[in-house]
Structures are given as C-alpha cells and as structure tokens.
Design a binder for this molecule. Structure first.
Ligand code: HXC
Length: 510
C-alpha cells in the first residue's frame, strides 16, 4: 500500500516539474514565474484543485513519442479568490513552449465547460507559442473548440486573459474574444505571427516589443486593458479585479462590507470645476472621491485618455464608471474614446453592473482624420451601447454637455434613469463662441454687439436650467452631495426591469 501512495507522490512530483529544472531556471532567468507559481499567487492559499495533472499528448510524429511531459503544457483547475470560486488554466512555457496539442486543448475545454456549468469566472494565464507545430490540424481543431467556447461563454461568465510571455497564433486569438486582456511589461508579447515570420513574409525587421509588447497594446492597438511591471504585481491586481466582478450574468454584483458612509459629503467637490470653462480638471478626482474608500480599478488608462472607465463600489456593490476627462483633449469624444466607452458599457450591461456616467464633453472631435477614420460609426457604438443598456443608469453632468455628445453620454433620451446636473453644468448645442458666430453672423464685425449676444447666449443656455425646465435633468444637485445622491439612486433602482423587443440579436455597428 505504501508503495502505491509513494508512487502517486512521485508522479505528482514529476508533473510539477513541467519541462524540467533547466527550463524552469530559464523561465526564472527571463524574469517570469512558472505556471504553478503564478497560480499560487493568484488564488487563495491552498485553494487550488487541479484537473488532469497526468494527461500526456498522443502524438507520434517527429519523434514526439519520446518526449512526453505529464500535464502537456497547461495547468488547469479551480480555486478561490477571496473566497469566491474561479476556474483557470495556466500555460506552462517549459513544456513545448506552452503550445497547444490536441490533449492540451481538451484540458482547456474541460475547464471552460466546468466554469460555464458552475457559472464562475475563468482566467487564462498565457505564456505560449500557439498551435503545437508537430500536431498540425489536430492542434488547429483544438483551438477551434476553445474559440467556440470563448464565444459561448461571452456575456455569461467573465473571461480574463493575462499575457505573461511571448504569445502567438491561437494564444492571442482566444484572449481577443475574452472580456479583458492584461500584460506584463517587458516579458509579454502578443502577435499573430512573430518577428521571424514577419521578416520572412514582408521583409520588415521589427522587434517583439515593437510588434506586440505591452507598450503597443496598451496604447496604440488598445488590445490590452492594462499592463503591470512584473508577474507578482499583475496577479495581485487580477485578484483585485476579480473582487469587482460578478460570478456570472445572473449572479448579481458581489457585495463587500464597506466602512465608508454613503452620507459622506465632500466639500472639495464644490470647487472642483474651475471658474474658467476652458480650464481642465481631473475627473478621476471626482470618481475617487465618490466611490467607497477611494478604491477605483481603472481600465485602459493609457489609451483614449479623454474617457475614463473602470470599476468602483458604492455601498459595497460594484458600479461601472464612465467619465469624460477634461485633462485630455478637453474630454472630447473621438473614435477611440467612443469604442473604449462602448465596450465597457456593454460589459457592464451584460453582467448587470449599474453604470454611473460623469459628463463634461465639448462634443465630437471635428476633422478629416476623425471623419475618414470612421467617427460616425465609432461614435454610434457608444450611442448604441447606452441605448441598449438595461442596467441602472445614473448620469451627472458636471460641466459641458454639448451637441450630439450630450445625447450619447447616457442622456435621459437614450434611457438613463436619473440625470443630475451640477450648478456648473452647461447643456446646449454648442459653446457660446461657435453659436454666436453662426446665428449672429451679420454682427460679426461689431465687437459690442457680439459681446452682448454672447452674454445673452451664455445667460440663457449655458446653465443646467433649460434642460431642467424640460425635465431632461431630474435635479440640479450640490456637488458635495454627489456620493449620497448616487447611492440613493442606485438603491432605488436595484430592482429595475426593462422589456426589450424580442429579436435574435441586435446589429451593433461593429
Ligand atoms: C511546438 C514550440 C512552439 C510551437 C515554441 N515551441 N513554440 N513547440 N509548437 N508552436 C518550443 C520550442 O521548440 C522550444 O522547445 C520551446 O518551445 C521554447 O521556444 P523558444 O523558441 O526557444 O523560445 P523563445 O525564443 O522565447 O520564443 C518563443 C516564441 C517562438 C516567440 C513563442 O517559440 C515562436 O515564434 N514559436 C512559434 C510561434 C508560432 O508561429 N506558432 C504557431 C501559430 S499558428 P525546447 O525543447 O527548446 O524547450 C496558430 C494557429 C491557431 O496558433 C489558429 C489561429 C486563428
């Protein structure tokens, strides 16, 4: 009996070594942790339950029958993060570069199916070179099965991808279909084909960082939602993110104890908006002063900085925040900001996370670059996303709400439940200068007349009261009371129900 028990321990020990100590040392030398070390950091201590530790590949091509590693390049299973169940798979780069074989795919599929059955989030830790080249179409078929499950799970359970090494082919396409992608600076890369293939096909010489490093994917391509300096920081932040996320679309948002009084007023908000309407201020200050304990998890910070998105809590419950940022491009809506906002609004709506929108927007960004880049369609994505959202929507206009951007940013007209304005709000088709130059063009040569007309326009339109007179704004509120007003609104809207027309699905302007 003792022999049998010892044998189990020996086999486990061997599996834990993955591709062997030499490759583990090489992994550490590159500044990366192993798959198992990463799991230890991500999950609550001792909570990991592993599946399929002894699975091996079945390939006999290219001498593969002589190189088998228990686990076959991916560690899968489930555990808890602060007591809440999550499923995960972690690619083991020490085994065939984490590449995906038929059996490796079956392990991922098993954990995807288990996550769907249990209605719990799934996290993929990627450090892998795509399809196992020696397995050919069996590997491609495996990816297809994984991709299909990514899509079936979309909007049902949260899917998070963490890129922690060089990732290519299927190991970037699967993440692309999940809800969030995070990277580790200087050690992780994402590309469909790596620098060598690029050189062969196009003659272009490019480094891995230029082609698909965190610096590119968090700024230019916007494929990644954030990046961290090393594996440890990244995984600790993932724990923080998971605390904000619902387990599924039907679970409701998590509720954590909060010691932050919902009645808390913040006097400094009364002076947040500068007297000069062209002076910027940091909208992040408003968000962090409103949320519980100042805890705000921002997403896509380095891309389209003119819109801020992320999760916070009010009264212990998760809320999605969308806010124009006057510090970047005066908070204007452009194509990138619209896409960024739209995807976040759709995530929140899919998972029943209420959305609070802070508005200070001078309009859509004019110009050939934007128009030729498809601003109409990209702007429509945000408009569409808000208009189809059925979660509680609370909107607060702090300053400008001009033109079409007023409509788009969760106005009453597209379905917001409660619309508040600060006394500093200006709700109009456009600012005073532009308006007067158009409607009083004949007076343009007369400085005094123009000044008088401008004053008249400002007095009449650049306030919250024209909108409030029509009921488009439910109330004009004191800035210091913003947290309390939001908390009360969300509590009142907790049971919100909206009937949408029956259809197969809508046709979002993608
Ligand atoms: C089998 C692979 C592999 C692969 C790496 N290895 N990629 N084995 N299939 N796809 C093995 C190597 O042989 C090596 O084995 C070990 O993993 C480490 O690889 P290195 O090249 O030494 O590491 P590094 O220099 O860090 O480069 C990592 C890499 C590179 C950038 C991932 O290996 C690479 O470019 N691999 C190929 C990527 C690729 O083109 N994949 C196919 C994509 S197509 P030893 O024994 O030395 O440790 C695809 C189709 C899916 O995925 C469908 C998409 C829609």
């Amino acid at each position: 009996m003792k022999d049998i028990l010892d044998k189990l321990e020996q086999r486990r020990e061997q599996a834990r070594l993955g591709g062997g100590q030499t490759r583990i040392d090489a992994q550490h030398k590159r500044g990366k942790l192993t798959a198992r070390e990463r799991i230890e950091l991500l999950l609550d201590k001792g909570s990991f339950e592993e599946f399929d530790m002894f699975v091996e590949h079945r390939s006999h091509d290219f001498g593969m029958e002589n190189t088998r590693f228990p686990g076959d390049g991916v560690v899968t299973g489930w555990g808890t993060v602060n007591g809440r169940t999550v499923f995960l798979f972690a690619k083991d780069f020490t085994v065939f570069g984490g590449s995906l074989s038929e059996t490796h795919a079956q392990k991922i599929i098993k954990v995807q199916d288990a996550a769907m059955k249990a209605r719990a989030p799934i996290i993929g830790l990627f450090d892998a070179g795509g399809a196992r080249i020696q397995e050919g179409v069996a590997s491609l078929g495996g990816y297809g099965e994984v991709f299909k499950r990514n899509v079936m799970a979309s909007g049902v359970i949260p899917q998070i991808s963490v890129i922690m090494g060089p990732c290519a082919g299927g190991d970037v396409y699967s993440p692309a279909m999940t809800d969030f992608i995070f990277m580790v600076r200087d050690t992780s890369y994402m590309f469909v084909t790596g620098p060598d293939v690029v050189k062969t096909v196009t003659n272009e010489v490019v480094t891995a960082e230029e082609l698909g490093g965190a610096s590119i994917h968090t700024t230019k391509s916007s494929i990644a939602d954030g990046a961290y300096d090393d594996d440890v920081q990244c995984l600790l932040q993932m724990r923080r993110l998971i605390d904000f996320l619902p387990a599924s679309s039907e679970s409701g948002v998590p509720e954590w104890p909060s010691h932050d009084d919902i009645e808390r007023e913040d006097l400094s908000l009364d002076t947040l908006v500068p007297d000069n309407p062209n002076k910027p201020y940091d909208i992040r200050e408003l968000i962090t002063k409103v949320v519980d304990e100042g805890d705000f998890f921002e997403l896509s910070q380095a891309h389209a900085a003119n819109i801020v998105i992320g999760f916070g809590r009010i009264a212990g419950r998760t809320v999605g925040f969308v806010a124009n940022q006057p510090m970047a491009l005066a908070g204007v809506l452009d194509s990138d900001a619209s896409r960024k906002g739209a995807r976040f609004v759709r995530f929140c709506d899919a998972f029943e996370i209420p959305i609070v929108t802070f508005v200070d927007v001078p309009g859509f960004l004019p110009g050939t670059a934007q128009e030729q880049g498809g601003l109409i369609k990209h702007g429509a994505k945000l408009l569409f996303a808000y208009s189809q959202a059925t979660v509680p929507l609370v909107t607060i206009i702090t300053r400008k709400a001009f033109g079409g951007a007023y409509d788009v940013m969760a106005s009453k007209h597209v379905g917001a439940d409660l619309n508040y304005a600060w006394p500093t709000a200006q709700i109009a088709v456009m600012g005073a200068k532009g308006a007067v130059e158009i409607i009083f063009r004949a007076d343009i040569g007369d400085k005094d007349k123009i000044a008088a007309r401008t004053k008249e326009y400002e007095d009449r339109f650049l306030s919250p009261f024209v909108a409030a007179e029509r009921g488009y704004i439910d109330d004009v509120i004191m800035p210091r009371t913003t947290r309390r007003r939001i908390a009360r609104a969300l509590a009142m809207l907790k049971g919100k129900q909206v009937e949408m027309p029956k259809r197969k699905h809508d046709n979002l302007p993608v």
